[in-house]
Write a protein that binds this ligand. Structure first.
Ligand code: IYR
Length: 231
């Protein structure tokens, strides 16, 4: 079978790969539009239900995130999933402490003005209500068991893409999330016992939306505002 064909490139094994089958022009248009409409139906949610979500679902979401491309295929990420109520409470307390400082002292007036339409503040009840928190850590470098340092590349780009995959996987599962970035969020490295070379990147509360949810009445930019074409 052609799928099993193997060759060496630069002395390294390469296997033949069959990309997704090609579609007719109209099928392709249809699929691209359907996918756009489906992702466009996603919203960042701050109001969560406490309804449980099974660990096996969370495992699949993390597996999906880790299919993202990454610099030199280093996969420079760790996704920590937390359902333990005591740990969630500790994370909420530490996050709110930082957020209080940020909203009161660190954030500029202009920044706070920009956030006004989103209705955010220093209170983060969703960190306890959501059944799961997933913290994406970026590995700026890695140490192996012998303490030897290994470099990672394009870490922000790689982890950003993986987080995008995670968000779409959460949406696909019928769950909701929010990209929460308490700042600074180094407390997550120590609370979760991660090595110092792992830096918290984004904290995602994951779960069902609350029974009644309100989201900011905001619009996405039109294509003209986000693209330019050279034909
Ligand atoms: N980290 C704060 C502030 C915040 C910042 C941005 I940029 C947002 O889009 C939303 C919130 C918080 O989580 O409230």
């Amino acid at each position: 079978m052609s799928e099993n064909k193997k060759i060496l490139i630069n002395g390294y094994a390469h296997v033949s790969f069959q990309p997704e089958k090609s579609f007719t022009a109209s099928e392709m248009f249809e699929r691209s539009e359907t996918y756009y409409n489906w992702l466009n139906s996603r919203r960042s949610i701050r109001m969560f239900s406490d309804k449980p979500v099974s660990k096996s679902v969370i495992e699949n979401l993390i597996r999906t995130a880790s299919t993202a491309p990454s610099g030199a295929h280093k996969q420079p990420w760790t996704f920590c999933a937390i359902s333990n109520p005591e740990m969630k409470s500790k994370i909420r307390a530490a996050a709110e402490e930082e957020e209080k400082e940020s909203y009161n002292h660190r954030m500029s007036e202009r920044w706070k003005k920009d956030l006004e339409p989103l209705g955010t503040d220093m209170h983060k009840p969703f960190l306890e209500t959501a059944p799961w928190l997933i913290v994406a850590f970026k590995k700026v470098y890695e140490l192996d068991e012998e303490g030897v340092k290994h470099n990672n590349y394009y870490v922000n780009e790689s982890v950003g893409i993986a987080c995008g995959f995670l968000i779409s996987a959460i949406h696909n599962a019928g769950l909701v999330t929010l990209t929460h970035t308490p700042s600074p969020m180094n407390f997550l490295t120590s609370l979760l016992g991660r090595p110092a070379y792992e830096k918290p990147f984004i904290l995602f509360p994951v779960g069902y939306a609350a029974e009644e949810v309100f989201v900011p009445d905001i619009q996405r930019k039109a294509l003209e505002g986000i693209s330019c074409f050279f034909e």
